[in-house]
Design a protein around this ligand. Structure first.
Ligand SMILES: CC(C)(COP(=O)(O)OP(=O)(O)OC[C@H]1O[C@@H](n2cnc3c(N)ncnc32)[C@H](O)[C@@H]1OP(=O)(O)O)[C@@H](O)C(=O)NCCC(=O)NCCS
Length: 286
Protein backbone atom coordinates (compact mmCIF):
# COMPACT_ATOMS: atom_id res chain seq x y z
CA UNK A 1 0.00 0.00 0.00
CA UNK A 2 1.54 3.29 -1.06
CA UNK A 3 0.50 6.78 -0.01
CA UNK A 4 1.09 9.50 -2.56
CA UNK A 5 2.24 12.38 -0.41
CA UNK A 6 1.41 14.86 -3.14
CA UNK A 7 -2.24 13.86 -2.67
CA UNK A 8 -2.07 14.73 1.01
CA UNK A 9 -1.53 18.45 0.83
CA UNK A 10 -3.50 19.38 3.93
CA UNK A 11 -1.21 17.41 6.25
CA UNK A 12 1.36 20.16 5.97
CA UNK A 13 -0.89 22.84 7.38
CA UNK A 14 1.88 24.80 9.11
CA UNK A 15 3.68 25.59 5.85
CA UNK A 16 5.06 29.10 5.60
CA UNK A 17 7.29 30.83 3.08
CA UNK A 18 10.23 30.00 5.32
CA UNK A 19 9.29 26.45 6.21
CA UNK A 20 7.75 23.66 4.17
CA UNK A 21 7.31 19.90 4.42
CA UNK A 22 6.94 18.11 1.11
CA UNK A 23 7.68 14.84 -0.61
CA UNK A 24 11.42 14.45 -1.22
CA UNK A 25 12.70 14.59 -4.79
CA UNK A 26 15.76 12.89 -6.14
CA UNK A 27 17.51 16.22 -6.54
CA UNK A 28 17.32 16.79 -2.75
CA UNK A 29 20.03 14.15 -2.51
CA UNK A 30 22.76 16.76 -2.96
CA UNK A 31 21.55 18.70 0.08
CA UNK A 32 20.60 15.73 2.24
CA UNK A 33 23.30 13.07 1.82
CA UNK A 34 26.25 15.26 2.90
CA UNK A 35 24.86 15.44 6.45
CA UNK A 36 23.85 11.76 6.47
CA UNK A 37 27.29 10.16 6.35
CA UNK A 38 28.75 10.23 9.87
CA UNK A 39 25.47 10.36 11.80
CA UNK A 40 26.36 7.47 14.12
CA UNK A 41 29.67 5.98 15.32
CA UNK A 42 29.27 3.32 12.58
CA UNK A 43 28.29 5.82 9.83
CA UNK A 44 24.82 5.89 8.26
CA UNK A 45 22.66 3.94 5.82
CA UNK A 46 20.60 6.68 4.09
CA UNK A 47 22.71 6.52 0.89
CA UNK A 48 21.88 2.79 0.60
CA UNK A 49 18.09 3.30 0.84
CA UNK A 50 17.77 6.66 -0.89
CA UNK A 51 16.74 5.34 -4.34
CA UNK A 52 14.25 2.90 -2.84
CA UNK A 53 12.66 5.54 -0.60
CA UNK A 54 12.43 8.03 -3.48
CA UNK A 55 10.79 5.35 -5.65
CA UNK A 56 8.27 4.52 -2.91
CA UNK A 57 7.36 8.23 -2.69
CA UNK A 58 6.95 8.25 1.09
CA UNK A 59 10.07 10.19 1.98
CA UNK A 60 9.28 13.56 3.57
CA UNK A 61 11.67 16.46 3.55
CA UNK A 62 11.54 19.68 5.52
CA UNK A 63 12.90 22.74 3.79
CA UNK A 64 13.86 26.04 5.33
CA UNK A 65 14.11 28.93 2.86
CA UNK A 66 14.03 26.40 -0.01
CA UNK A 67 16.91 24.38 1.42
CA UNK A 68 16.23 20.73 2.32
CA UNK A 69 17.46 20.40 5.90
CA UNK A 70 15.73 17.28 7.20
CA UNK A 71 14.09 14.00 6.19
CA UNK A 72 12.01 11.15 7.51
CA UNK A 73 10.58 8.12 5.72
CA UNK A 74 7.04 6.94 6.37
CA UNK A 75 6.52 3.22 5.75
CA UNK A 76 2.88 2.24 5.36
CA UNK A 77 1.83 -1.27 6.42
CA UNK A 78 -1.39 -2.81 7.73
CA UNK A 79 -2.71 -0.59 10.53
CA UNK A 80 0.50 1.33 11.19
CA UNK A 81 3.05 3.79 9.93
CA UNK A 82 6.72 3.03 10.41
CA UNK A 83 8.81 6.17 10.87
CA UNK A 84 12.49 5.80 10.05
CA UNK A 85 15.54 7.68 8.81
CA UNK A 86 14.87 10.89 10.74
CA UNK A 87 17.83 13.14 9.97
CA UNK A 88 18.20 16.87 10.60
CA UNK A 89 21.17 18.82 9.28
CA UNK A 90 23.27 19.50 12.43
CA UNK A 91 23.16 23.27 11.72
CA UNK A 92 19.35 23.23 11.99
CA UNK A 93 18.78 21.12 15.09
CA UNK A 94 16.76 22.01 18.22
CA UNK A 95 14.33 24.09 16.17
CA UNK A 96 11.55 21.54 16.37
CA UNK A 97 12.08 20.33 12.78
CA UNK A 98 12.28 16.59 13.51
CA UNK A 99 9.15 16.93 15.63
CA UNK A 100 7.35 18.66 12.73
CA UNK A 101 8.32 15.81 10.37
CA UNK A 102 7.01 13.21 12.81
CA UNK A 103 3.75 15.11 13.30
CA UNK A 104 3.33 15.31 9.50
CA UNK A 105 3.88 11.52 9.32
CA UNK A 106 1.25 10.96 12.00
CA UNK A 107 -1.21 13.03 9.96
CA UNK A 108 -0.71 10.58 7.10
CA UNK A 109 -1.57 7.73 9.52
CA UNK A 110 -4.67 9.60 10.63
CA UNK A 111 -5.75 10.23 7.08
CA UNK A 112 -5.23 6.58 6.19
CA UNK A 113 -7.04 5.48 9.40
CA UNK A 114 -4.01 3.57 10.62
CA UNK A 115 -4.05 3.12 14.38
CA UNK A 116 -0.36 3.04 15.30
CA UNK A 117 2.89 4.82 14.68
CA UNK A 118 6.11 3.04 15.58
CA UNK A 119 9.84 3.62 15.33
CA UNK A 120 13.04 1.97 16.53
CA UNK A 121 15.63 3.99 18.42
CA UNK A 122 19.02 2.82 19.69
CA UNK A 123 18.96 2.56 23.48
CA UNK A 124 21.93 4.95 23.70
CA UNK A 125 20.31 7.61 21.46
CA UNK A 126 19.06 9.63 24.40
CA UNK A 127 18.11 12.75 22.40
CA UNK A 128 15.85 10.76 20.07
CA UNK A 129 14.31 8.90 22.98
CA UNK A 130 13.64 12.20 24.66
CA UNK A 131 12.08 13.55 21.46
CA UNK A 132 9.87 10.46 21.08
CA UNK A 133 8.73 10.71 24.70
CA UNK A 134 7.90 14.38 24.24
CA UNK A 135 5.78 13.52 21.20
CA UNK A 136 3.78 10.94 23.17
CA UNK A 137 5.58 7.72 22.24
CA UNK A 138 6.17 5.05 24.86
CA UNK A 139 8.70 2.24 24.91
CA UNK A 140 6.81 -0.88 23.93
CA UNK A 141 9.71 -3.33 24.06
CA UNK A 142 13.49 -3.58 23.82
CA UNK A 143 15.21 -5.67 21.17
CA UNK A 144 18.81 -6.86 20.93
CA UNK A 145 20.71 -7.19 17.70
CA UNK A 146 23.06 -10.19 17.58
CA UNK A 147 25.46 -11.32 14.86
CA UNK A 148 26.17 -14.91 14.00
CA UNK A 149 28.28 -16.66 11.37
CA UNK A 150 26.72 -19.04 8.84
CA UNK A 151 27.80 -22.63 9.40
CA UNK A 152 26.83 -26.14 8.30
CA UNK A 153 24.67 -27.36 11.20
CA UNK A 154 22.36 -30.24 12.00
CA UNK A 155 18.90 -29.11 13.01
CA UNK A 156 15.49 -30.61 13.45
CA UNK A 157 13.75 -27.23 12.99
CA UNK A 158 11.58 -26.98 9.86
CA UNK A 159 9.55 -24.46 7.95
CA UNK A 160 6.05 -24.26 9.45
CA UNK A 161 3.18 -25.42 7.28
CA UNK A 162 0.35 -24.37 9.58
CA UNK A 163 -0.32 -21.84 12.33
CA UNK A 164 -1.76 -24.54 14.55
CA UNK A 165 -0.41 -24.29 18.14
CA UNK A 166 1.91 -21.44 17.21
CA UNK A 167 -0.20 -18.77 18.95
CA UNK A 168 1.29 -19.58 22.37
CA UNK A 169 4.73 -18.79 20.96
CA UNK A 170 3.74 -15.27 19.95
CA UNK A 171 5.06 -13.06 22.74
CA UNK A 172 5.16 -9.81 20.83
CA UNK A 173 2.78 -7.55 18.89
CA UNK A 174 5.45 -7.10 16.22
CA UNK A 175 8.29 -8.82 14.37
CA UNK A 176 11.18 -7.27 12.54
CA UNK A 177 11.02 -7.31 8.76
CA UNK A 178 14.26 -5.83 7.42
CA UNK A 179 14.47 -3.18 10.16
CA UNK A 180 10.75 -2.39 10.06
CA UNK A 181 8.80 -3.75 13.00
CA UNK A 182 5.46 -4.87 11.57
CA UNK A 183 2.31 -6.03 13.32
CA UNK A 184 2.37 -9.75 14.09
CA UNK A 185 -1.23 -10.89 14.18
CA UNK A 186 -2.99 -14.02 12.91
CA UNK A 187 -3.26 -12.64 9.38
CA UNK A 188 0.41 -11.66 9.21
CA UNK A 189 1.44 -15.03 10.63
CA UNK A 190 -0.50 -17.03 8.07
CA UNK A 191 0.96 -14.88 5.26
CA UNK A 192 4.46 -15.49 6.60
CA UNK A 193 3.82 -19.24 6.80
CA UNK A 194 2.62 -19.28 3.19
CA UNK A 195 5.79 -17.42 2.18
CA UNK A 196 7.97 -20.07 3.88
CA UNK A 197 9.26 -17.54 6.39
CA UNK A 198 8.30 -19.23 9.68
CA UNK A 199 10.66 -21.76 11.24
CA UNK A 200 9.36 -24.12 13.89
CA UNK A 201 10.87 -26.71 16.18
CA UNK A 202 8.46 -29.32 17.51
CA UNK A 203 8.62 -32.15 20.03
CA UNK A 204 6.00 -34.90 19.83
CA UNK A 205 4.25 -32.74 17.20
CA UNK A 206 3.99 -29.81 19.64
CA UNK A 207 5.75 -26.58 18.60
CA UNK A 208 8.48 -25.69 21.14
CA UNK A 209 10.00 -22.67 19.41
CA UNK A 210 9.46 -20.48 16.38
CA UNK A 211 11.37 -17.93 14.37
CA UNK A 212 10.63 -15.59 11.45
CA UNK A 213 13.38 -15.11 8.92
CA UNK A 214 14.13 -12.71 6.05
CA UNK A 215 16.43 -13.54 3.21
CA UNK A 216 18.17 -10.18 3.48
CA UNK A 217 18.38 -7.36 6.00
CA UNK A 218 17.47 -4.82 3.22
CA UNK A 219 20.47 -2.71 4.13
CA UNK A 220 22.88 -5.50 3.16
CA UNK A 221 22.00 -8.09 0.52
CA UNK A 222 24.41 -10.64 1.97
CA UNK A 223 23.07 -10.40 5.53
CA UNK A 224 20.28 -12.85 6.42
CA UNK A 225 17.95 -11.81 9.20
CA UNK A 226 15.96 -13.52 11.92
CA UNK A 227 13.30 -11.01 12.95
CA UNK A 228 11.50 -12.95 15.67
CA UNK A 229 12.39 -15.76 18.05
CA UNK A 230 10.66 -17.39 20.99
CA UNK A 231 10.28 -20.73 22.70
CA UNK A 232 12.15 -23.17 24.91
CA UNK A 233 15.93 -23.03 25.29
CA UNK A 234 16.42 -26.23 23.26
CA UNK A 235 13.90 -25.15 20.63
CA UNK A 236 15.54 -21.74 20.23
CA UNK A 237 18.92 -23.42 19.74
CA UNK A 238 17.44 -25.52 16.92
CA UNK A 239 15.99 -22.42 15.24
CA UNK A 240 19.32 -20.63 15.47
CA UNK A 241 21.08 -23.67 13.96
CA UNK A 242 18.50 -23.71 11.16
CA UNK A 243 19.45 -20.08 10.43
CA UNK A 244 23.17 -20.88 10.47
CA UNK A 245 22.58 -23.70 8.03
CA UNK A 246 20.34 -21.57 5.80
CA UNK A 247 22.94 -18.79 5.82
CA UNK A 248 25.59 -21.32 4.84
CA UNK A 249 23.46 -22.64 1.95
CA UNK A 250 22.58 -19.14 0.73
CA UNK A 251 26.23 -18.07 1.03
CA UNK A 252 25.31 -15.19 3.34
CA UNK A 253 28.09 -13.18 4.82
CA UNK A 254 26.46 -12.95 8.24
CA UNK A 255 23.25 -13.66 10.10
CA UNK A 256 21.63 -10.88 12.05
CA UNK A 257 19.21 -11.77 14.83
CA UNK A 258 16.70 -9.32 16.30
CA UNK A 259 15.46 -10.74 19.57
CA UNK A 260 13.35 -9.31 22.39
CA UNK A 261 15.26 -8.36 25.52
CA UNK A 262 13.13 -10.75 27.59
CA UNK A 263 14.55 -13.72 25.68
CA UNK A 264 17.88 -14.65 27.19
CA UNK A 265 20.16 -16.35 24.70
CA UNK A 266 23.22 -18.36 25.66
CA UNK A 267 24.42 -19.84 22.41
CA UNK A 268 28.08 -20.24 21.49
CA UNK A 269 29.17 -17.93 18.70
CA UNK A 270 26.44 -15.32 19.24
CA UNK A 271 27.80 -11.79 19.29
CA UNK A 272 25.46 -9.42 21.19
CA UNK A 273 25.85 -6.02 19.53
CA UNK A 274 23.26 -3.37 20.25
CA UNK A 275 20.07 -2.74 22.20
CA UNK A 276 17.14 -0.91 20.59
CA UNK A 277 13.92 0.57 21.95
CA UNK A 278 10.75 -0.04 19.95
CA UNK A 279 8.50 2.97 20.58
CA UNK A 280 4.82 3.21 19.83
CA UNK A 281 2.06 5.79 19.74
CA UNK A 282 -1.63 5.29 19.24
CA UNK A 283 -3.07 7.65 16.68
CA UNK A 284 -6.03 9.68 17.90
CA UNK A 285 -8.82 10.28 15.41
CA UNK A 286 -10.85 12.98 17.17
C1 LIG B 1 17.48 13.39 16.90
C2 LIG B 1 17.25 14.49 15.87
C3 LIG B 1 16.45 13.88 14.72
C4 LIG B 1 16.46 15.60 16.56
O1 LIG B 1 16.16 16.60 15.60
P1 LIG B 1 15.75 18.08 16.05
O2 LIG B 1 15.09 18.75 14.89
O3 LIG B 1 16.90 18.75 16.66
O4 LIG B 1 14.68 17.73 17.18
P2 LIG B 1 13.58 18.73 17.76
O5 LIG B 1 14.08 20.13 17.69
O6 LIG B 1 12.27 18.43 17.15
O7 LIG B 1 13.61 18.27 19.29
C5 LIG B 1 12.51 17.77 19.98
C6 LIG B 1 12.93 17.32 21.35
O8 LIG B 1 13.87 16.24 21.24
C7 LIG B 1 14.80 16.32 22.34
N1 LIG B 1 16.16 16.60 21.82
C8 LIG B 1 16.49 16.87 20.55
N2 LIG B 1 17.83 17.06 20.46
C9 LIG B 1 18.33 16.91 21.71
C10 LIG B 1 19.63 16.97 22.25
N3 LIG B 1 20.69 17.25 21.49
N4 LIG B 1 19.78 16.76 23.57
C11 LIG B 1 18.73 16.47 24.35
N5 LIG B 1 17.45 16.41 23.89
C12 LIG B 1 17.26 16.61 22.58
C13 LIG B 1 14.32 17.46 23.20
O9 LIG B 1 13.38 16.93 24.11
C14 LIG B 1 13.65 18.34 22.18
O10 LIG B 1 12.74 19.24 22.74
P3 LIG B 1 13.27 20.67 23.26
O11 LIG B 1 14.15 21.26 22.21
O12 LIG B 1 12.00 21.43 23.48
O13 LIG B 1 14.03 20.38 24.53
C15 LIG B 1 18.59 15.09 15.36
O14 LIG B 1 19.41 15.38 16.46
C16 LIG B 1 19.34 14.17 14.42
O15 LIG B 1 19.19 14.23 13.19
N6 LIG B 1 20.15 13.28 15.01
C17 LIG B 1 20.91 12.29 14.26
C18 LIG B 1 20.05 11.21 13.69
C19 LIG B 1 19.17 10.52 14.69
O16 LIG B 1 19.54 10.22 15.81
N7 LIG B 1 17.96 10.21 14.20
C20 LIG B 1 16.96 9.56 14.97
C21 LIG B 1 17.10 8.10 14.81
S1 LIG B 1 15.70 7.33 15.50
Amino acid sequence: MQVRLDKLRNIFAFQTKQLKIRRAKNKDKQQILPFCTHTFSWGDYIDRVWDKWIAEKNLLTLEEKEKAVGICNVGISPNQIWIEGIRINPKYRRKGYASKLIIAAEKIAKRKKLHYSRMIIANNNKRSLSMAKKLGYRIEDKWWMYNLSPKRQKTSAKLATSAQNLQSLIKSDTYCESWNWLILDKKALSKLIKAGRVIVHSKNSKPQAMGIWNKTSRLDDDVMQLGYLSGTKTGIKEIVQFMQNKGFEEKSDRIQLLVQDAIKLSITGLDRRMLFCLVKKEIRFN
